[in-house]
Design a protein around this ligand. Structure first.
Ligand code: UD1
Length: 313
């Protein structure tokens, strides 16, 4: 049995990582500021040691990384538009928190830190699919903050020998993604609107594309990155490797919901990238990773979960 620290473990992706680790019989500690995470996300899992605090505080990072084998670093304020509106607050969480974590992990001789980065670091690079060696071109503070986190990780590996891996996630969705904020991921927003019989908003003309990835795939890729011998020091895309436009996505979701509501189109969002699709060759080679839950099934599972949230108590 190994001890894992999951930063941001009370969040959407974090709670799925925790659930999987517990089901594998691992020891799990969570550190979460509960700014975007929620205690309820962990209610169904027993035996989790939860530290509530801000990782950017060295004392919190120090306590969280004591006697830990592996760290899955998901704690972040994960929103492009929120970073545009709040560059300093998001830098604190996404950059200072990450640096503080790396320092503490180094100090406690953690075996490896897997850092959740983002497809947003690619920006509007014209070539698709996006491959890890393409030059980054951040279009938002969020994208830049994630890139800085990756580069700190690489530096800590090369300078101090702390094993780090950056996994670049592409538009993750699934149960427990919070739909309630204007900054929430688009699938959670669409799901909420459909269940409430309200027309959703599409920013732009809806022809922009994304490589939507069901959370189960991301959990698998991330936990493989903790252990894969050749992954240290690497940046690795984790996604499904396909793309779909928002218009097609919405049609798929409205069909599955039996809805005929039309979306409302508004101006494109500042800082948005146009198209996004990952090349997942490196994940296949280094992590022996293969996505197992594809879009249609992922949407079915996700809509089913949102329905249960709306059922009367
Ligand atoms: C970006 C990153 C992703 C990161 C995520 C965190 C890219 C390609 N992806 O996702 O890696 O994890 O930020 O938030 O940069 N939209 C609507 N209506 C809505 C909400 C969103 O039309 O109600 C549109 C957005 O304008 C965008 C698309 O849907 O074009 C996806 O938006 P969102 O789900 O917020 O994620 P990204 O910003 O693509």
């Amino acid at each position: 049995m190994a001890t894992y620290l999951v930063t941001g473990g009370a969040g959407f992706i974090g709670s799925h990582v925790v659930e999987e680790l517990i089901s594998r019989g691992e020891q799990v500690r969570v550190v979460d500021s509960l700014v975007t995470g929620r205690r309820e996300n962990l209610e169904h899992v027993a035996d989790v040691d939860l530290i509530v605090g801000d990782l950017a505080e060295p004392a919190v990072a120090d306590r969280a990384t004591t006697d830990v084998d592996y760290v899955v670093h998901l704690a972040a304020i994960p929103s492009v538009p929120r970073s545009v509106a709040e560059p300093i607050a998001t830098n604190h969480a996404n950059v200072t928190g990450t640096l503080s974590l790396f320092v503490a992990a180094q100090c406690h001789a953690v075996k490896r830190v897997v850092f959740a980065s983002s497809s947003s670091v690619y920006g509007d690079a014209a070539t698709l699919p996006k491959q890890e060696d393409m030059p980054p071109a951040p279009l938002s503070p969020y994208a830049l903050q994630k890139l800085i986190g990756e580069q700190y990780g690489k530096l800590f590996f090369e300078l101090y020998g702390l094993e780090t891996v950056a996994v670049r996630y592409f538009n993750v969705f699934g149960p427990r993604q919070d739909p309630s904020s204007p900054y929430s991921g688009v699938i959670s927003r669409f799901a909420q609107c459909l269940l409430e019989h309200r027309p959703p908003t599409i920013h732009g003309d809806g022809t922009q594309t994304r490589d939507f990835t069901y959370v189960r795939n991301v959990v698998d890729g991330t936990l493989r990155a903790c252990l894969a011998p050749r992954a240290a020091g690497q940046v690795i895309n984790v996604s499904c490797g396909s793309r779909i436009s928002l218009n097609t996505l919405y049609r798929m979701m409205s069909d599955q919901s039996g809805s005929d509501l039309d979306p409302v189109y508004t101006d494109p969002r500042v800082g948005d990238v146009r198209d996004s699709q990952a090349d997942i060759t490196r994940a296949r080679e280094l992590l022996d990773y293969e996505p197992t839950v594809f879009l249609e099934e992922g949407i079915q599972r996700t809509l089913a979960w949102y329905r249960t949230q709306r059922a009367p108590a």
